[in-house]
Design a protein around this ligand. Structure first.
Ligand code: MD6
Ligand code: FE
Length: 204
């Protein structure tokens, strides 16, 4: 398994999931989306819609609306509890991180052709000791990874379908974002676009 160190605490595993496993994982995600439909979050205060659509699985899910960013146990529109994290994803977390505790939240992001994600840090968790695992399916994306403060120089990494990326320890609080999705680069999703999964611990 190839492991590329992007920065101290940020490792990229190109082709971590082979095509067969990507198809199986996609089928798990489609089942989740049937129970917990993708919805369009809004920026706190302004209410500006995200270009990315989201849903979650796990005991907790990350949501964004006019009142802020937070974790909650239920879908903001259906109000049903999030579906459980598939066993397959729990296995990937264990293999990739060797972390003693399981993930509590899995954010599912869907990027259609022109969707992007601005530079941010994942900082709505309490437990910053735990790693974050990201898995990508579908069209390739340009992932930007910067430093510990907003606005500095950033590196670009192309994330392809099946790639894993881990941010842990000194890499846990680096700014990062997705500047663009490269349409037509994968045949995995019939409808095109990209799915990114991030597995996190939320903490007390
Ligand atoms: C994405 N990823 O790849 C967005 N966050 O679509 C993230 O925001 C991210 O890849 C924390 C850790 C790893 C990530
Ligand atoms: Fe993030």
């Amino acid at each position: 398994m190839q492991k590329l160190r992007i920065k101290d605490g940020c490792d990229h595993y190109p082709g971590y999931l082979d095509r067969r496993v990507q198809t199986e994982l996609l089928s798990d995600i489609r089942d989740i989306i049937e129970q917990a439909p993708l919805y369009r979050p809004q920026m706190p205060r302004t209410g500006k819609p995200f270009s990315v659509m989201m849903t979650n699985c796990g005991p907790l899910g990350w949501v964004a609306d006019k009142s802020g960013y937070r974790y909650q146990p239920h879908h903001p529109e259906t109000e049903a509890n999030w579906p459980p994290i598939p066993a397959r994803l729990m296995d990937f977390w264990r293999s990739l991180t060797r972390y003693e505790s399981p993930p509590e939240a899995c954010l599912i992001n869907y990027y259609a052709a022109n969707a992007r994600m601005g530079m941010h840090r994942d900082e709505d968790e309490t437990d910053f000791n735990a790693p974050i695992v990201s898995l990508s399916l579908g069209d390739s994306a340009i992932f930007k990874i910067g430093g510990l403060t907003r606005g500095g120089p950033s590196q670009s990494v192309k994330l392809n379908s099946g790639d894993a990326l881990i941010m842990a320890g000194p890499g846990r609080m680096l700014y990062h974002g997705v500047s663009r999705v490269l349409g037509g680069t994968s045949s995995l999703l019939k409808e095109g676009g990209r799915i990114n999964l991030t597995l996190r611990r939320v903490g007390a």
